[in-house]
Design a binder for this molecule. Structure first.
Ligand SMILES: NC(=O)c1ccc[n+]([C@@H]2O[C@H](COP(=O)([O-])OP(=O)(O)OC[C@H]3O[C@@H](n4cnc5c(N)ncnc54)[C@H](OP(=O)(O)O)[C@@H]3O)[C@@H](O)[C@H]2O)c1
Length: 275
């Protein structure tokens, strides 16, 4: 089963919408003529059409009513403006796939007047096909549609299906906001390198490759991170001295508290939207 017989509409083709359609085309999961994108500005459309050979319209209704899969890739606060454009116009067999952070399945069902809805939480590395996307679906989404949702979201990188929407708030805290924690650590390490005397460029190279290599090593070895950490921590050595300071600064508790704060904020924002 492929996406070849499907028409996919991207409603709002900014950073993430473009990343998804680009990933789909690069992976040859669909041909350009099967993609129709929308955006408020024709200039953006001309850019997308010349870059990818896809179809474009500034009219959300026109794109949505001919689609088998309607990807909602607008900002969460724009969703309420999109609903009146497309609600009631979709094919009964269509599936709506939203990547808008925090917007609940029930709200999308109501707004789009359709039962088959997928909600996903991607992250920014998806822009280069290295993302991590967690997704959930309403019970009306059938097996075939789930498979297709997986194919569309897989254009951004790795995917994980969860059978309960509550995991999406947790995913928001872990993989959605996750890159911001990694970038903060990256920045702090680069700055420390500069503080010691490396040029910024050299420090950046050292930190980038150390992070990349550590992640690849952790994945390939399949070992627990504590085991890998022990391997580089000789008694009385340099890593031990650094780790002592990190633990003294309660780094684990801080990370845990930070992720819980993001989770609580995600739940809070979702509840606000239901008011
Ligand atoms: N970026 C990420 O890494 C990331 C991660 C997780 C989730 N998300 C979710 O992905 C969604 C898209 O994010 P993004 O970063 O791609 O945002 P973006 O670059 O701002 O893309 C949204 C696009 O929608 C267009 N738009 C605005 N109003 C519209 C309307 N009424 N109809 C059709 N299109 C409209 C915007 O045009 P104008 O710019 O002209 O207004 C823009 O091109 C958001 O809901 C966000 O929560 C993003």
């Amino acid at each position: 089963m492929t996406l070849q017989d499907q028409t996919i509409a991207f409603i709002g083709t900014g950073v993430m919408g473009e990343a998804m359609l680009k990933g789909l085309l690069n992976r040859q999961r669909i041909t350009p003529d099967r993609i129709i994108a929308t955006d408020p500005y024709l200039q953006r459309g001309e850019e997308l059409m010349s870059r990818y050979g896809i179809r474009f319209t500034v009219h959300n209704d026109e794109a949505a009513q001919q689609a088998d899969i309607v990807v909602l890739s607008v900002k969460p606060q724009v969703m309420s403006r999109v609903y009146p454009d497309i609600g009631g116009l979709l094919k009964p067999s269509a599936m709506v796939l939203s990547i808008a952070a925090g917007v609940k399945l029930s709200a999308i069902q109501k707004g789009c007047q359709i039962q088959n809805v997928v909600r996903a939480m991607p992250n920014t590395p998806g822009q280069i096909g290295e993302g991590m996307t967690v997704w959930a679906a309403t019970e009306q989404v059938n097996e075939q549609q789930r498979y297709r949702a997986e194919m569309v979201l897989g254009a951004l990188g790795e995917t994980l299906y969860v059978n309960d929407e509550k995991f999406l708030d947790m995913a928001t805290a872990l993989n959605g906001s996750g890159p911001s924690y990694v970038f903060l650590l990256m920045e702090a390490m680069i700055d420390a390198g500069v503080h010691m005397g490396f040029s910024r460029q050299d420090s950046q190279k050292l930190v980038h490759q150390t992070m990349l290599g550590s992640v690849r090593y952790a994945i390939q070895s399949g070992s627990h991170p504590a085991e890998l950490r022990n391997q580089v921590t000789s008694p009385g050595g340099t890593s031990a001295a650094a780790l002592y300071q990190l633990e003294k600064g309660t780094v684990r508790t801080i990370i845990s508290k930070a992720i819980w704060a993001a989770y609580n904020r995600s739940v809070e924002l979702g509840a606000k939207d239901e008011d």
